[in-house]
Design a protein around this ligand. Structure first.
Ligand code: AHM
Ligand code: MG
Length: 344
């Protein structure tokens, strides 16, 4: 019998990062070390999520975070794991986390040149049901001469040096993009303990008849948003007389990951109940927008806008936990959202 061909030329995330560093002559290696720390936090969070039901890590921690969300035990552990990974890297001067009211400054990291924003567990409401959740991250570089202050993170997404997320699903999937670069997807091989490049230079279909939104909020939607989603349910002749399919997991990372692979639109619009939307600019909207803008555009391409149809990456938060409405996904699908907004 013929021996099955096994790929021995494996690109691990570690190898990928080293090769990236070599491409950039001016690189000091700090960013690479920071990414290694990120990678370790994803592996350890994945490990605890997998074991949660077995080691009594489901349920509430008995505390609530800044915004009054009740914290799950895994929210607290993942936040601690992430913070420790960033602190011990020595490359991060300050950190914003969804679970922390204030900016955390790592004073001991004297030479650190980066600021990081994160949502340690996005989609917490799905945790105890074993549904996919994820960690979102965004990396900024400190301003020249700065030793780290709030203004180093209150910046638009256009300034991000890197962003992405890890989805803890059937396997852990890490999606990362860097400034001026493409989007690459890695799968955690838990046997090897390594993220392996499985989705090089990701691309998104230009259009796809799938929408993803919490339709339970439609009572509060503005008229243009109502009209847009209603239009997707019509039997339009240009799509063979068929309406769109609805897919809503309720974990943005999982909904976004599917949207990247299959195409379609994901939305969490601002509405009459939440005029500023629900999702946070620094560690939910901006990093996702960077991913959707950096997917390849020759045959495809994505985009992300806020509820006023401003480019999401150009939105500047005033406060670290500021929110925005968001529409993101396939380029042409988001164009349709804009048309309805214009008619308003
Ligand atoms: P979280 O970070 O507290 O988990 O909240 C963010 C999540 C997103 O993952 C998801 O898109 C959204 O909240 C779901 O909200 P809703 O339950 O209102 O549909
Ligand atoms: Mg979140």
């Amino acid at each position: 019998p013929m021996m099955e061909k096994i790929n021995t030329n494996i690109v691990t995330l570690t190898r990928f990062l080293t090769e990236e560093q070599i491409k950039h002559k001016e690189a000091t290696g700090d960013f690479t070390l920071l990414c290694h720390a990120l990678q370790f936090s994803f592996k350890s969070i994945a490990y605890y999520i997998r074991r949660a039901t077995l080691v009594n890590l489901t349920g509430l921690a008995g505390s609530s975070n800044t915004t009054g969300d009740e914290q799950k035990k895994l929210d607290v552990i993942s936040n601690d794991l992430f913070i420790e990974a960033m602190r011990s890297s020595g490359k991060v001067a300050l950190l914003v986390s969804e679970e922390e009211e204030n900016v955390i400054y790592f004073k001991e990291a004297g030479q650190a040149r980066y600021a990081v924003a994160c949502d340690p567990i996005d989609g917490s409401s799905n945790l105890d049901a074993g549904v996919s959740v994820g960690t979102i991250f965004a990396v900024h570089k400190l301003a020249e001469g700065s030793t780290g202050c709030q203004d180093d993170i209150l910046k638009p997404g256009t300034e991000l040096v890197a962003a992405g997320f890890t989805m803890y699903g059937a396997s852990a999937q890490l999606v990362i993009t860097m400034k001026g670069s493409t989007v690459n997807g890695f799968t955690l091989d838990s046997g090897l303990g390594e993220f392996i490049l499985t989705h090089p230079e990701m691309r998104i279909p230009r259009e796809r008849a799938i929408y993803s939104v919490n339709e339970g909020n439609s009572l509060y939607w503005e008229d243009d948003v109502k009209a847009y989603f209603a239009s997707l349910k019509e039997a339009a002749p240009e799509r063979g007389g068929k309406p769109y399919s609805a897919r809503y997991i309720g974990s943005m990372v999982a909904d976004a990951y599917r949207t990247l692979l299959y195409g379609g639109v994901f939305a969490y619009p601002a509405d009459k109940k939440s005029p500023k939307g629900k999702l946070r600019i620094l560690y939910e909207c901006a990093p996702m927008a960077m991913v959707f803008e950096n997917v390849l555009r020759d045959t495809a391409g994505g985009q992300a806008v806020d509820s006023n149809m401003n480019r999401m990456l150009e939105v500047v938060p005033e406060h670290i936990h500021d929110k925005a409405g968001i529409f993101m996904g396939s380029y042409d699908e988001v164009e349709k959202v804009k048309e309805f907004h214009k008619k308003k």
